[in-house]
Design a protein around this ligand. Structure first.
Ligand code: SF4
Length: 380
């Protein structure tokens, strides 16, 4: 079964010979990002799927997403709930969040993801109490995705029992990051430092990038993928860049928004996004990698499955009450799905069955490294 692994190297002119794909170099990653021949890419898809099966199995972990608040103090140039937009906003009560948590439990998900804009109206005490309640009343793992919060808050929530912290760094190119994500007054964002601090506190840390940000080059995207490996992240989510039309980036014409010449600009396509998913699986074999909603939004027919077939092993069904979901429209099309969680679950299970996968059991954290390293490499 190392044929595809060898081909990964061979096709990039490196000779192959059973070399570990985890050791792909930045130049090789870059070459794969630029690869456009379908027959060559089929080796990449095959190898990513093989490594996924071998390292994390056929289970697809279900993380119930709860969008707790659409308030945000930031003003990212692509985001539909950026703070300066005059839109109707909401913040769930503890009981409303717990309603969603109980749905996750009923549907036998392993994790709830408490997500919001960067909303300091969700106070440290509110989150602490909520985390304690979920951990004491359910067996669910708790992932927090609440933006750039203070180290004191992260520590208090970890102490309360939160398992994971998710903070996408969006791009490792500092200039590009600043262009799309303005700092809040004098506070300078350093998401990488916050992720490292979260790991030191004992969180499983998750991050990710957008693929096809205007001005994003192949070189910077290759750097993003190498950074995933260097940070040793437990979760890595990559979706295509989809700007909301009522934002500065959404209102630019294609030519204006590219900011680089056309050949240098990474396209925000399903194929490019799944190249990033596949390469991430090869470089971070045991990470939990979602097939993202943004990917399923730009390819409604096959996006979710493409992700799962090219390296992903996580699905994050949205458990937010439908009346709030429409108000959490980060990008267009995302909130169009108005199924209840139960209706959505039927489609989810049918999709998993169709592609030969099974819903995960339990919290679905990263497997203990010792088991992986004890494997006999000749087992392949
Ligand atoms: S991307 Fe996140 S931090 Fe930025 S404006 Fe949107 S919700 Fe706020």
């Amino acid at each position: 079964m190392q044929a595809a692994g060898a081909a990964i190297r061979l096709l990039q002119g490196k000779g192959g010979g059973g070399t570990e794909t985890k050791g792909l170099t930045r130049d090789e990653v870059l070459a794969w990002l630029k690869e456009e021949e379908d027959w060559k890419l089929s080796f990449l898809w095959e190898e990513a799927d093989r490594v996924r099966r071998e390292q994390v199995g056929d289970e697809v972990h279900l993380r119930g997403l709860i969008e707790m608040s659409s308030f945000c103090r930031r003003d990212c140039h692509y985001c539909g709930i950026r703070g300066s937009r005059k839109i109707e906003r909401y913040r769930m009560s503890e009981e409303e969040v717990m309603e969603c948590v109980r749905i996750a439990q009923r549907l036998e998900y392993g994790t709830v993801v408490l997500q919001s804009g960067e909303d300091h109206g969700l106070t440290s005490d509110f989150i602490t109490h909520l985390v304690r309640r979920i951990k004491s009343e359910t067996p669910l793992a708790v992932t927090l995705a609440l933006g750039e919060r203070s180290l004191e808050e992260l520590a208090a929530w970890r102490e309360a029992g939160a398992d994971r912290y998710l903070l996408k760094h969006e791009t490792s190119d500092p200039e590009l990051f600043r262009r799309i994500h303005p700092d809040c007054s004098t506070e300078v964002s350093d998401r990488i430092a916050l992720l490292k601090a979260a790991k030191e506190m004992g969180y499983e840390a998750g991050s990710g990038v957008m693929v096809g940000i205007p001005g994003q080059t192949y070189e910077s995207l290759a750097d993003d993928i190498m950074l995933f490996r260097d940070l040793d992240l437990e979760m890595i989510g990559c979706g295509p860049f989809v700007p909301h039309p009522d934002t500065p980036l959404g209102q630019m014409t294609n030519d204006e928004s590219r900011m680089t010449n056309v050949r240098a600009q990474v396209p925000a396509t399903d194929t490019m996004t799944t190249k990033v998913v596949a390469l991430t699986r090869l470089l971070c074999p045991d990470a939990n990698i979602p097939s993202t909603t943004a990917l399923a939004t730009i390819n409604r027919e096959r996006g979710r499955e493409m992700g799962l077939e090219r390296g992903a092993n996580v699905w994050m069904p949205n458990l937010t009450q439908p009346r709030y979901r429409a108000l959490y429209e980060i990008y267009p099309g995302k909130a169009k799905v108005i199924d209840t969680a139960e209706e959505f679950q039927k489609n989810l299970l049918a999709t998993l069955e169709r592609i030969g996968r099974v819903p995960g059991k339990g919290p679905g954290g990263r497997l203990p490294r010792v088991n992986l390293e004890a494997r006999n490499p000749n087992d392949d």
